[in-house]
Design a binder for this molecule. Structure first.
Ligand code: FES
Ligand SMILES: [Fe+2]
Length: 443
């Protein structure tokens, strides 16, 4: 594909994009960029078993993590299990409506009490090996032949709990008994994202794919738009990969990507592309009657959505104009990526492998607002091998690339990541990670 080059590209890039805030929303405000230098990021953070062990000890076991979705366990006794690295956890709805979490480990001989990465409903949890049993609050209720365990006289072995909290319709947990409360950990995230009403959305697609790369290789792939021109050139006619606002938000980060606004790299800046024409029609605008440069369609679509906000199932009324049109893309440290739009949300969780820094699990969850009375069923959740199913063209392009990146990082010829300004979120992510790890053994 031909692209703008030289002076023409520089002029386009220099033009500031109009950003609009509405009402009380402060979510669009630009945060000052931290000065994080330009140093190489050592490759061992992606390939070394020793660094992986440090990550477990100092980071994964200290932070808040996303466990799953509240609507998966709506009734008392409903449970879901969830793996992170070598650990697996049970999350169970309680009779009082709260959610509790436990290590999915039998205190007798270590068996998994429930199947990993599954969902179900139960009146109690019973280990399959010798039938020790707990109620859904994790309290031990039965041990066969208890009198043959003199060491258990007068005591009980409950399931070991983890701390659980909820936000946005999601269940979160931490293995760290001393962790700050979830809302402190999330910082400005709820203030920015509550207007989208994630808790009212429903999970409509849920998949896990085993990928042959480090979990950070996956997080990185969604933390910059620099790769769009190379990996996803078909997006350039309607997605502005250059005028992207990047914000570091404490330990988290985001970028805002203008949609229905062509990239300055796209050669035709005068007429609507086929995709832009289709997007105009989708919002009730006649592409043949549209006047102005293609990038103005973004504002026209904002207006069209604003005009339809009353009575809409979408949260348009509480969103800023930017939020009506653009991808508000957040990364909640360490491993949650949210692609947020006015109508839908696509969420990724990049989970570490139990033992291999070159492997990981990628969870994909798609959410939608339902019409009043619209029936909803929990989507089937399965784990797939890399390439076994299509995730759609764009994600397939990302997924295809990742094992090659991981292979290359393992080469003796590669020393570390050379990051540019468009990759600030990756540099900031590493700064946050190293705040947990301390001195870098790979330096
Ligand atoms: S290992 Fe669970 S009851 Fe024996
Ligand atoms: Fe991508």
């Amino acid at each position: 594909m031909a692209t703008l080059e030289g002076d023409a590209l520089v002029r386009w890039k220099a033009e500031p994009l109009r950003r609009v805030q509405v009402g009380e929303s402060r979510a669009a405000a630009k945060h000052p960029d931290p000065d994080l230098g330009t140093a190489l990021v050592p490759k061992g953070r992606y390939t070394s078993p020793a660094f992986m062990a440090l990550e477990w000890e100092r980071m994964w076991t200290k932070v808040w993590l996303l466990a799953g979705r509240e609507e998966v366990i709506p009734e008392a006794g409903d449970w879901m299990t969830h793996s992170v690295g070598r650990e697996n956890f049970i999350f169970a709805r309680q009779p009082d409506g709260t959610v509790r979490g436990f290590y999915n480990v039998c205190p007798h001989r270590g068996n998994r009490v429930l199947p990993p990465d599954a969902t179900g409903a139960a009146a109690s949890f019973r280990c399959g090996y010798h039938h020790w049993e707990w109620d859904v609050s994790g309290r031990q209720i039965h041990i066969p032949d208890l009198e043959t365990f003199p060491q258990l006289s007068g005591c009980s072995l409950h399931l070991k709990p983890v701390r659980v909290a909820t936000w946005g319709g999601f269940v979160w947990f931490t293995m760290n008994p001393d962790a700050e409360p979830l809302d402190t950990y999330l910082g400005v995230i709820p203030e920015h994202l509550d207007p989208y009403r994630f808790q009212d959305m429903r999970l409509i697609d849920w998949k896990t794919i085993a990928w042959a790369c480090n979990w950070k290789t996956s997080v990185d792939a969604f933390n910059e738009t620099y790769h769009v021109q190379a990996i996803h050139p078909e997006l350039l006619s309607w997605l502005d990969d250059w005028n992207v606002q990047i914000d570091c938000l404490g330990r988290h980060s985001r970028f805002i990507v203008p949609f229905t606004s062509p990239s300055p790299r796209y050669p035709d800046q005068q007429s609507l592309s086929a995709t832009m024409r289709a997007m105009a029609e989708l919002h009730g605008l006649d592409p043949d009657a549209f006047e102005g440069q293609p990038r103005a369609l973004r504002l026209a679509i904002q207006k069209a959505k604003r005009a339809r906000q009353e009575g809409s199932i979408y949260p348009y009324r509480d969103l800023s104009d930017d939020q009506l049109s653009d991808d508000y893309h957040y990364m909640i440290f360490p491993n949650v990526t949210m692609n947020i739009y006015g109508e839908t949300m696509l969420l990724f969780v990049s989970r570490p492998h139990p033992a291999d820094p070159n492997r990981m699990f990628f969870d994909l969850m798609n959410f939608a607002h339902l019409e009043p009375g619209q029936p909803w069923q929990l989507p089937e959740h399965q784990t797939y091998a890399h390439g076994q199913i299509s995730l759609g063209q764009v994600l397939d392009q990302d997924a295809f690339n990742l094992p090659n990146v991981q292979d290359g990082m393992n080469s003796a010829a590669f020393e570390g990541l050379v990051l540019g300004r468009q990759e600030l979120r990756i540099r900031h992510f590493h700064a946050t990670l190293m705040d947990y790890i301390g001195a870098d053994p790979e330096d």
